[in-house]
Write a new protein. Structure first.
Length: 416
């Protein structure tokens, strides 16, 4: 059985996005070999509460590292978080060096954050290095600046500059790409974004993995209750404006927004201008359980994000048997199995509306569950690293494809 030393800055049970990915991937590695995970100290309470009931607990060990309290006061917003993350990596590598001297590890693995252009200092350690899954390579479609608005366009300009600069001048990222024996990427866009000489070691493997059984779905949609659901942060690039424009072509449908953010005021104004405000409901921030409760009452998950890498919300929708309508860009389409092509804004909006109308006739693919993903990961590692003697774990809960929509079932929870 191989032994892994994993870096997971974000790692928390029962969470989505980066924290959820760090936790579920730590468990996946522990199904394949003994796994030590270096993570942040503030993740300790939730990890230690969940560990006793975790099936892989005998193969999991956690090491908690953080900067001194006085070094955390300035960590506000994403800019502060990114700088803190780089400094945390340095502290984590220092601790990892001691672990490597004390124990034999077959590989060092960077799990989270899942960003290809920030890089990973774990590549400095004297062991085979595996990088990912990482994203960050999905480009903005510059023909959609009218959709994201002025502020959204400014954000995309700065994002493009940051990604481009990091691709050529970030030594930590370039070191990670060069040293990695295997690079897992969240989508094909990120694989193509990497310098060409590294792409033969890159494999598409989204990190959105769920640990739950599939939910049985209704055989037919509830008559007269056509509801599309959007869930996520309300920021311009998430495509809320595209969802509202598509709704204007769907007079028989309602649209629910689960989430909040700086783009909410602009979206409300757009709904009013599009004469659909009476059919749009902004439900605000919700817990993960509250969002999945709404998914069980919707007919389609409408998620026209312009550059999400591997959205957990899409995997959650599939787990609820909910058809997903998204764009053929980034990780959403990779998880959902299909997406609406992006040409002009008008043709894309029309394509989204048509996909919503036809959503009751499409097959909902199996969602990415931990059993099937762990098996695929073990097979990949056995192929790439035959000397490790990896045994492929058996699947115990791999769902078959789910047919038909969910339909609305009852009223929303009172607290929502």
């Amino acid at each position: 059985m191989p032994r892994f030393l994993a870096f997971a800055y974000g790692c928390e049970p029962d969470k989505g996005s980066e924290p959820g990915a760090g936790w579920i991937w730590s468990r996946m590695l522990a199904r394949i070999g003994e796994t030590w995970v270096i993570t942040r100290e503030n993740n300790r309470p939730s990890i230690e509460a969940a560990l006793p009931s975790t099936p892989e607990r005998d193969n999991l060990r956690f090491v908690y590292v953080d900067l001194p309290e006085r070094a955390r006061f300035w960590k506000r917003g994403m800019r502060g978080a990114r700088l803190y993350y780089v400094l945390w990596q340095a502290a984590a590598v220092s601790r990892a060096r001691r672990l490597v001297r004390e124990s034999e590890f077959d590989a060092v693995w960077h799990l989270t954050w899942a960003n290809a252009w920030i890089g990973s200092m774990a590549a400095l350690l004297p062991r085979p290095f595996i990088y990912g899954p990482v994203g960050g390579g999905v480009r903005m479609h510059w023909g959609f600046t009218s959709v994201v608005g002025f502020r959204g366009t400014m954000y995309e300009v700065f994002r493009a500059l940051a990604r481009g600069t990091a691709r050529y001048f970030n030594p930590i990222a370039r070191l990670a790409w060069r040293k990695a024996r295997l690079i897992l990427v969240l989508n094909e866009d990120t694989r193509n974004w990497l310098p060409r000489r590294h792409r033969d070691r890159a494999v598409v493997f989204p990190h959105a993995v769920l640990d739950r059984p599939p939910r049985p779905t209704a055989d037919s949609r509830s008559p007269g209750r056509n509801v599309a659901l959007f869930a996520g942060r309300l920021v311009p690039w998430k495509g809320g404006a595209l969802a509202i424009q598509a709704l204007s072509l769907l007079p028989e449908w309602r649209l629910l927004f689960c989430g909040g953010g700086p783009d909410e005021a602009r979206l409300k104004l757009l709904a009013a201008r599009s004469d659909v405000e009476e059919r749009v409901d902004f439900l605000g921030w919700m817990t993960r359980d509250e969002v999945t409760s709404w998914m069980r009452k919707a007919d389609v998950f409408l998620f026209p994000s312009l550059h999400d890498d591997a959205p957990f919300a899409v995997a959650e929708a599939l787990a609820e048997g909910l058809p997903v309508v998204c764009l053929a860009r980034g990780g959403a389409a990779a998880i959902a199995g299909r997406g609406v092509p992006t040409a002009s804004v008008a043709s894309t909006v029309a394509g989204l509306a048509e996909a919503v109308r036809e959503s009751s006739n499409v097959e909902v693919p199996a969602f990415p569950d931990i059993d099937s993903r762990a098996q695929r990961l073990a097979e990949l590692l056995r192929e790439r690293f035959p000397s490790w003697g990896i045994q492929v774990p058996e699947e115990t809960n791999h769902p078959e494809a789910i047919h038909g929509p969910t339909g609305l079932r009852g009223d929303p929870p009172a607290e929502s």
